[in-house]
Design a protein around this ligand. Structure first.
Ligand SMILES: NC(=O)N[C@@H](CC(=O)O)C(=O)O
Ligand SMILES: [Zn+2]
Ligand SMILES: [Zn+2]
Length: 439
């Protein structure tokens, strides 16, 4: 395999310091400005660009196996590379469900073969996401995929005894349960946030308490067991309060917010445009503000995309019949810049923390680099923060186009992505499939 060397000249590190980042043999060799380099090095003009550690998404739906009409590991990781991601954790709600060592090993192998990003499979907590019997958690942990994150995402692990047993199990190997917090009884047929607007629009409400009550129960279970718990896609101010309380008590809980819950509100649903239909639902402006502050003060540890591709026919239908979910890999960084950086709530070091360092730590993604230290693997993204543009279809590289941002103006643009020294995105252009596959 031939390894191209790169010099990212005049980049700005998350700390604000200037750097010439020299990448050779898949590693960062030096970040010293003005250091010498060989003649065969490709020089990238990074003047005005911010260098971040490769982004890590703890919550991606790659849909393969089983739902390849929505996304595949290849198309999803191409979308990831376009968005600046160098590692994604693939959710288990595939067909078959990722509840055996065989399926998680298959997903990981597909990621390796595609070559655009590190793919770490998430294992299901219960067999077939059925919520009744624990899946073979130990076998998935010991498999070649070395699964550390387990989730029934899309469904809540509602049975408290099963949740307790799952926490006890993952504790033995330092794993984590990522809970989709949704009380199923309180949300039967629910279509949008419960409140004045759901009454006005005549759509069945999804109360905040359906999320908050599960989080409250689960932080107490995590405390009782002494295990790690992660809460997926927080969407309400009340959820933030519960997490803040749990952390103050020393409970090992981490929390995630999605870009869309940090920018969009339920008001968009007045259009009845199903691109805005998502689980958990878009909430009120007060909730968005509370989530933003919680990311800024560290109560919410990470931002994860919950990239959820769906084919056209699942979205171009009446609201009640439409699928829940939005694609989010390519828009994540622009949305985070728009919602948090441009508003002064987060600096670039904070962005590196919530989109790279913290998710890698929660998922125990060993060996993936999040600092610009010589000798470490070259997982790097270059962002142009001054570019503000209309988000259009050309920005999407996955198989589905259910983005809520089409036509909206967002700040910032990802220019280059390096995965272990290989340029998966080159000044906005994805590396050819064949090149990524043979490296
Ligand atoms: N977020 C969504 O609205 N949908 C996700 C499931 C999930 O993340 O709960 C999906 O798999 O489509
Ligand atoms: Zn979910
Ligand atoms: Zn999800």
């Amino acid at each position: 395999m031939s390894e191209q060397s790169y010099l990212l000249k005049g980049a700005t590190l998350p700390s604000g310091a200037g750097a010439d980042i020299l990448i050779e043999g898949g590693r960062i060799v030096s970040t010293e400005t003005g250091a010498g380099h060989g003649a065969d090095v490709a020089v990238v003009d990074a003047d005005g660009l911010v260098a971040l550690p490769g982004l890590v998404d703890l919550h991606t739906h790659l849909r393969e196996p089983g739902f390849e009409q929505s996304e595949t590991v290849l198309t999803g990781t191409r979308a990831a590379a376009a968005g600046g991601f160098t590692a994604v954790f693939a959710m288990a709600n595939t067909l078959p469900v990722a509840d055996t060592a065989g399926v998680v090993e298959q997903v990981q192998a597909l990621g390796r073969a595609a070559g655009y990003a590190t793919v770490r499979p998430i294992g299901a907590v219960t067999v077939g996401l059925g919520g009744e019997r624990l899946s073979e958690i130990g076998a998935m942990a010991q498999s070649r995929a070395g699964v550390r994150v387990f989730s029934d995402d899309g469904k809540c692990v509602h049975d408290s005894l099963l949740m307790r047993r799952a926490l006890e199990y993952v504790k033995t190997f330092d794993g984590v349960i990522a809970q989709h917090a949704q009380d199923p009884r309180l949300t039967e047929n629910a279509q949008m946030n419960e409140g004045a607007l759901s009454s006005e629009l005549g759509l069945k409400g999804w109360p905040a308490v359906a999320e908050e009550s599960i989080i409250a129960r689960d932080v107490l279970l995590a405390e009782h067991v002494g295990a790690r718990l992660h809460i997926c896609h927080l969407s309400t101010a009340g959820s933030v309060d519960v997490i803040r309380w749990a952390k103050a008590r020393g409970i090992q809980v981490t929390a995630e917010a999605t870009p869309h819950h940090l920018l969009l509100t339920e008001e968009l649903i007045r259009s009845y445009d199903a691109r805005y239909k998502v689980n958990p639902p878009l909430r009120r402006d007060e909730d968005v503000q509370a989530l933003r502050e919680a990311v800024a003060d560290g109560t919410i540890d990470i931002i994860a995309t919950d990239h959820a591709p769906h084919p056209r026919e699942a979205k171009e239908c009446e609201w009640d019949a439409a699928a829940f979910g939005m694609v989010g890999l390519e828009s994540a960084l622009p949305v985070v810049q728009t919602a948090l950086v441009d508003t002064g709530l987060l600096d670039w070091a904070g962005v590196a923390r919530v989109l790279s360092q913290a998710p890698a730590a929660i998922g125990r993604l060993d060996g993936h680099t999040h600092a610009f230290e010589p000798g470490s693997a070259a997982n790097v993204v270059l962002v142009d923060p001054a570019a503000s543009s209309v988000f259009d279809l050309e920005r999407l590289h996955g198989r589905s186009q259910n983005s809520p941002y089409l036509g909206a103006t967002l700040s910032g643009s990802v220019r280059w992505t390096f995965h272990e020294g290989f340029a998966t995105l080159r000044d906005g252009v994805l590396a050819p499939v064949a090149e990524a596959a043979v490296r």
